[in-house]
Design a protein around this ligand. Structure first.
Ligand SMILES: NC(=O)c1ccc[n+]([C@@H]2O[C@H](COP(=O)([O-])OP(=O)(O)OC[C@H]3O[C@@H](n4cnc5c(N)ncnc54)[C@H](OP(=O)(O)O)[C@@H]3O)[C@@H](O)[C@H]2O)c1
Length: 235
């Protein structure tokens, strides 16, 4: 797909991976609506990006949003959705575990009401994460949600063809999702990537390039692209 002059909507497009994707889409000539609950966090954005407020968990608001936007060519969802629960499953606060699925419900809401507005030639990308297929200790909730995200895309792909849908699965990426700063941040990322084949956190631009690849390449649908520093191949 030639991205120039296309209309794109990026849920979670105001921070981290989604913001970088929005910026790359604009550089390639698309007009982008970057969406989140508090879009002011994006700061100054180029002319090609319009910011919009929406909570992907609010089904009625999601439906109204897509009805108002009309036809689109590119739909990306990287919104985290809500909180994420960590820790052993047998010690899990089940409200926290269930809350982690806000990401899945947000993705499902957006697909349910967004896909019908995507043109037949259009492309959809949603974002899972390496724990989906290779959880580390304490990542049971992330794994269950990420696996469901990947299964959702794979299952929907046949139903919505020729519209394409793919998943991009990041490893550890240095984004505002981690609130630490200074030395604490550096040490955290060193610690969580030291066993990886590529022993550093990824840059959001490296994941955004994976998303752009999934959009531009018209021969892929229903699959998952890993941008993970070798997480899955690490022993
Ligand atoms: N960073 C990593 O290491 C990593 C690893 C694996 C997978 N991932 C996945 O990659 C995706 C992007 O993560 P990121 O690192 O770029 O996170 P981020 O920098 O925290 O960005 C998350 C974005 O989602 C928006 N958002 C969250 N909940 C929302 C909701 N209910 N409705 C609408 N927008 C919402 C946030 O804005 P508001 O707060 O204003 O709503 C923000 O724009 C997520 O799905 C995450 O699970 C990230």
């Amino acid at each position: 797909m030639d991205i120039a002059d296309k209309k794109a909507i990026v849920l979670g497009g105001t921070s981290g991976i989604g913001l970088k994707t929005s910026l790359m889409l604009v550089e390639k000539g698309a007009s982008v609506v970057a969406v989140s609950r508090d879009p002011s966090k994006a700061g100054d954005v180029p002319d090609g990006i319009r910011l919009a407020a929406l909570d992907t968990r609010d089904l009625d608001a999601v439906e109204a949003f897509f009805n108002a936007e009309g036809d689109i060519d590119i739909l990306v969802n990287s919104a985290t959705g809500g909180s994420r629960a960590f820790g052993p499953f047998m010690e899990m606060d089940m409200k926290g575990f269930q809350g982690s699925f806000d990401k899945l419900w947000g993705y499902a809401n957006v697909l349910r009401y967004g896909v019908s507005h995507v043109r037949e030639t259009g492309s959809i990308v949603i974002v899972s994460g390496s724990p989906a297929r290779k959880p580390k200790p304490g990542q049971i909730a992330l794994s269950a949600v990420g696996s469901a995200v990947e299964a959702l895309a794979r299952a929907i792909a046949a139903e919505i063809a020729p519209k394409r849908i793919n998943v991009v699965s990041p490893g550890i990426i240095d984004t505002p999702m981690v609130a630490l700063s200074g030395d604490d941040r550096t040490k955290h990322y060193q610690n969580v990537t030291k066993s990886h084949l590529i022993d550093r956190p990824g840059d959001p631009a490296e994941v955004a390039k994976g998303i752009i690849f999934a959009i531009e390449n018209e021969f892929i649908t229903g699959t998952t692209i890993d941008v993970d520093g070798g997480w899955l191949a690490t022993q």
